[in-house]
Design a protein around this ligand. Sequence first.
Ligand SMILES: Nc1ncnc2c1ncn2[C@@H]1O[C@H](COP(=O)(O)OS(=O)(=O)O)[C@@H](OP(=O)(O)O)[C@H]1O
Ligand SMILES: Nc1ncnc2c1ncn2[C@@H]1O[C@H](COP(=O)(O)OP(=O)(O)O)[C@@H](O)[C@H]1O
Length: 195
Amino acid sequence: MEPKSANITWQHSTIKKEDRNKLNKHKSRVLWFTGLSGSGKSTLAFALEQQLFRRHYRSYVLDGDNIRHGINRDLGFSPQDRTENIRRIGEVAKLMVDAGLIVIAAFISPYEQDRSMVRTLFADGEFIEVFIDCPIEECERRDVKGLYKKALAGEIPNFTGVSAPYEIPQNPDIIIDTSQLSIGESVRKIMDYLD
Ligand SMILES: Nc1ncnc2c1ncn2[C@@H]1O[C@H](COP(=O)(O)OS(=O)(=O)O)[C@@H](OP(=O)(O)O)[C@H]1O
Ligand SMILES: Nc1ncnc2c1ncn2[C@@H]1O[C@H](COP(=O)(O)OP(=O)(O)O)[C@@H](O)[C@H]1O
């Protein structure tokens, strides 16, 4: 989409992403976690952030629930709002990768088209799609926030997996089945990929 404003010019910093990566002694990346509510996105995002922090990697988690309290507080869960949610997060993640960080983005991001659009914002290899895979029956059993119970009772409209779609990633870079792996094993699998 073209910017709405005319007469705007891109301003270049004299410090490049490569310079920042050199200073940090690691490459900046976005790990894009996608999966159902309760699949384990937030748990794994913060556990991975801990591991990265211990190894002196500069990282930051962008999490669905948190972002919807601030920058995206004007958005709901209609297909259009979810697309705008993911578009804005993609742009924020791009700025953070430019700033030299390893960004862990944890959003349901249910639409393949939205995830593919975000991938186009990044250079080759910079966007790593991580499918947090978990059968919906297990997510419902976990029901961490009690949302499935409400959704199944018809109290939450457009709830992903119940009354709104989740499009399974066709070609993710990493698949983590959290019904089979422990949290520790899951984090190790992602760390192994990064190493
Ligand atoms: N209708 C509906 N559908 C799905 N999820 C809902 C809904 N209403 C509220 N929530 C809560 O919002 C969190 C998902 O926000 P996201 O920004 O990740 O969603 S999306 O990517 O725009 O689809 C999600 O967080 P997670 O459980 O961590 O996935 C829920 O806590
Ligand atoms: N391998 C695993 N990875 C992540 N979470 C797991 C795993 N195994 C069990 N869980 C549990 O599943 C739940 C996932 O909840 P949460 O991280 O909030 O999911 P989401 O952010 O996708 O909604 C947590 O209670 C967590 O302890």
